[in-house]
Design a protein around this ligand. Sequence first.
Ligand SMILES: *[C@@H]1O[C@H](CO)[C@@H](O)[C@H](O)[C@H]1NC(C)=O
Ligand SMILES: *[C@@H]1O[C@H](CO)[C@@H](O)[C@H](O)[C@H]1NC(C)=O
Ligand SMILES: *[C@@H]1O[C@H](CO)[C@@H](O)[C@H](O)[C@H]1NC(C)=O
Ligand SMILES: *[C@@H]1O[C@H](CO)[C@@H](O)[C@H](O)[C@H]1NC(C)=O
Ligand SMILES: *[C@@H]1O[C@H](CO)[C@@H](O)[C@H](O)[C@H]1NC(C)=O
Ligand SMILES: *[C@@H]1O[C@H](CO)[C@@H](O)[C@H](O)[C@H]1NC(C)=O
Ligand SMILES: *[C@@H]1O[C@H](CO)[C@@H](O)[C@H](O)[C@H]1NC(C)=O
Ligand SMILES: [Zn+2]
Length: 730
Amino acid sequence: MVSSFVALALSIIYLNHSCNAKNLPSILPEKNGLVANSWRLLQNSEYEKDNLFCLSNGCVKVAASLINNMDQSVDPCDDFYQFACGNFIKNSILEDNEKLRGTLSLIAKKIENQRRMIVNEPIQPDELRPFKMIKLQFKSCMDQEKIEKIGLGPMKEMLKSLGGWPLLEAENWDESKFTWMDSLNSFKEMGLKINYLLKISITPDFKNRTKAAIFLDQASLGLQNQHLVQGRDYRAVDKYYRYMVDISVLFGADRQRATEELRESLDFEIELAKISIPPEEASDYLKTYNPMNITFLQQKFPSIPWQEFLNKLLNQFIRQDDIIIVSSLEYFSGLEALLSKTPKRVQANYMMWRSVDDAVKCLTGELRQIKQTFETLVFGTIEVPRWKECADLSFELFNTAIGSMYVRRYINENTKNNALEIVNDIRKEFYKMLLSNEWMDDETRKSAMDKAKLILANDIAYPDELLDDGKLNSYYENLEVNDQDIYTSVLNLTKFSTDYEFSKLRKPVNKLDWVYNSGVVPVLNAFYNPQGNSILFTASMLQELSFSNDVPRYMVYSSIGSIIGHEITHGFDNSGRKFDMHGNLANWWQEETNKRFLEKEKCFIKQYDNYTIDGHKLNGTLTLGENISDMGGLKLAYNAYREWVKVHGNEPRLPGLQEYTPQQMFWLSTANVYCSKEDTAVMHFLRKYDGHSLSRFRVIGSFSNLKNFSDDFRCPLGSNMNPTNKCQLW
Ligand SMILES: *[C@@H]1O[C@H](CO)[C@@H](O)[C@H](O)[C@H]1NC(C)=O
Ligand SMILES: *[C@@H]1O[C@H](CO)[C@@H](O)[C@H](O)[C@H]1NC(C)=O
Ligand SMILES: *[C@@H]1O[C@H](CO)[C@@H](O)[C@H](O)[C@H]1NC(C)=O
Ligand SMILES: *[C@@H]1O[C@H](CO)[C@@H](O)[C@H](O)[C@H]1NC(C)=O
Ligand SMILES: *[C@@H]1O[C@H](CO)[C@@H](O)[C@H](O)[C@H]1NC(C)=O
Ligand SMILES: *[C@@H]1O[C@H](CO)[C@@H](O)[C@H](O)[C@H]1NC(C)=O
Ligand SMILES: *[C@@H]1O[C@H](CO)[C@@H](O)[C@H](O)[C@H]1NC(C)=O
Ligand SMILES: [Zn+2]
């Protein structure tokens, strides 16, 4: 439901991170020790008029890395990406199994190491209870000896208590005691996942976001949909099958029996994949909005006793005025048909298998090795160190508390206020742009304005609740996690998060859900949430991209500013514009303006469709929303920076780059965020499936649409970076 910015790709540029930075660069030299270099000025009279260079620590480091990455032999008007990133690409060597390396991926690695340090530290006696629990869990995850000693006993016992895994029980399995609905309910009580046949979540009603609705979605599967639908003979599916059998044998199954029974279980899973709708459709709000009441749900899918099932699972009596949103009518009709023809034994084998598969990373080395072998064969993934597996597990399950630890430990107090300041600057530019644009009618313009004004930014960097001991303690009050056994602790946490999810049903919906928003604090990302009409930038990203307090603002407005602008623009891209100022799915576009939007949209699709890489075309439709936002964000950031200069005056240039004006540096710095070297296979995968254009085209595509860019570099009209036809939207 959340629209993300980038999670991939970055370079060595932004080494200059300072935990003590008190402010974003205040660039006025007299305030900030940005000293003019008179020695240079004497030798370069050409630059005298600017009168200063920035020679602070931060400036020297940033300049060095910009210079390292550039290929100044390339004409910036011909290929700006190559000009800014050419040497980075040439000089980066991907290590075995490294899929890509770029400015952003290097920052992501640093953040991952910070997360590791947090969970790995010794417990302090006066620490908050949730923090102690995280460390205990990490410790038990790392304690391989103990994991071996515990073995599969606890898991086997649990399977028994759930009626048993048929292929282990052989003739003793009692079919009469099994229904998939009761099983899902027991799974929930035990702390197992319950998304194996269908997913149930509580979400704001898309069309009235003040109200929580029950969202019924298709199942998550044990192997990617696109593999499963190919059938049992397909290589990845066959490997998955062998993996299933091998694991069940270690649980004590007879190989012959397991081979037979799991074949049927697999066939059932393949059928589930076949009735599922593909991911593109699953993320289309309009297509997946099928609201109904419980009576109607019952009529529509009569073979499932919904009232009884949901009452029990959600521990609430489902009322007529409860809204139930069904993501795909085809899926649930298909599920009814499939369940009615599938023997209970097969259903049970499948559900038990999935819960075993989900547990493997907490079980013995022998099982983990088998899973690793399977993943290497099918996905080419290399074994990750145990610490990473455990740190990722902690983060997945304890993300709110880890977010809190992260902010307390690594984020300096001004990161949030500095970011809010830039957000306000960018927002002002957005208002101006709305007021001056020529293709909107006044009514639509007013609605757009209302929406822009209501975009919530309070949780930027992190929700303040993360610094509130009381809130954190009470959120985790009902959870107990110790270091007895990693598997059981995961059950405790899964149960805790399912209970929390379901408890939202009768509660008023908050636009800012601090628990939800804190889950991403220690990851490198930025979001626009159309349902909350809110933007979110993680603390770690803001801090890493804002450098230290001694670099010019053009370095900051370019990187952070254009990302903030990008996310705000998402509220008005091809998909975000379908939500109104309250975050409700509603049409606020007048007919004529709507037509003009669609016309403008076509320009972008054509432009990006026309780019090729190694002879393969890009997909302009796939990346439309991102393209619109890249371009809008960049424009907003550039304008906001120019406004800043109007108030504070011209900024100094960087050493070694003194031939570039501050405006030119703005473009160079933005492009640097996207410097990235990708493995060829990865590149083609991203080209086909990623909603973001490849880094190269994110830079070339959006820069070449902006006249400010070609003016700043004096690119002749008709050059690659200054085409006659430019796409414009926001
Ligand atoms: C949205 O739901 C609230 C709470 O149930 C209700 O009071 C309000 O009238 C609804 N609004 C719309 C537009 O349906
Ligand atoms: C349930 O929904 C159906 C179809 O929209 C409608 O006809 C019926 O009146 C609703 N029932 C109640 C009790 O609201
Ligand atoms: C799981 O929670 C229960 C209480 O619900 C507690 O007794 C048990 O020790 C916990 N186990 C672990 C491993 O954290
Ligand atoms: C597509 O690319 C070709 C060759 O680069 C160029 O001549 C043409 O004008 C482009 N078309 C559009 C719509 O941008
Ligand atoms: C929009 O997306 C297309 C599809 O890849 C891409 O080629 C194009 O460069 C993007 N436009 C902008 C302005 O980013
Ligand atoms: C481009 O992406 C769209 C949306 O995901 C998809 O429907 C379409 O088939 C893709 N086109 C090509 C040529 O792959
Ligand atoms: C940027 O471009 C716009 C539109 O072409 C123009 O009005 C504005 O003056 C330019 N800004 C600068 C600083 O050149
Ligand atoms: Zn985006």
